[in-house]
Design a protein around this ligand. Structure first.
Ligand code: FES
Length: 164
């Protein structure tokens, strides 16, 4: 995973260009491919650098502001560098009632960071997230693409060890 400087011209990687072209082929309106394009760029860098926004806009034939609007709205698109593993803790109502505060506190204690922050070693970023659609199995959190259900504070240490 690499990072791209934000103050230099951005050229889409050839593989990303082709992947975005394929994504565009699925929709009559290229605007609909915005999220897919952002995810493709994010997969390469781990986040979406500022300079990639107009590059995506040019490719889709829409304004950078429109791409930025989608990136801002969609909370799984990261607009600044994140850790190797992103922990997303559901803070919506069902998980809030089943133990969000306790697991949030344990995560903050063990990681030594607050919500929205990344550990000094770049290993974890801790973020809140809206309902993950498993409200009957809360509290729920995701670490990158893996979802963990019914997490209790004593589970946290073992869980973090699974992500070296
Ligand atoms: S409220 Fe947490 S998964 Fe729905």
């Amino acid at each position: 995973m690499s990072t791209a400087p934000t103050n230099q011209p951005y050229a889409l990687h050839a593989e990303d260009f082709m992947a975005i072209e394929e994504e565009m082929g699925h929709y009559a309106d290229p605007r609909a491919a915005s999220i897919g394009a952002l995810k493709i760029v994010q997969k390469r860098h781990g986040w979406v650098p500022d300079a990639a926004i107009p590059a995506i806009g040019r490719m889709l034939g829409i304004s950078a502001a429109d791409v930025e609007g989608v990136a801002t709205f969609y909370n799984l698109i990261y607009r600044r560098p994140v850790g190797r593993y992103v922990i997303k803790v559901c803070d919506s109502v069902a998980c809030f009632l089943t133990g969000y505060e306790e697991i949030g506190a344990e995560l903050r204690k063990q990681l030594g960071v607050g919500l929205g922050e990344t550990t000094a070693d770049g290993r974890f970023t801790l973020l809140p997230i809206c309902c993950l659609g498993a409200c009957d199995r809360g509290p729920v959190l995701m670490i990158n693409d893996e979802t963990h259900f019914g997490v209790a504070p004593p589970d946290i240490a073992g869980l973090l060890e699974q992500y070296p």
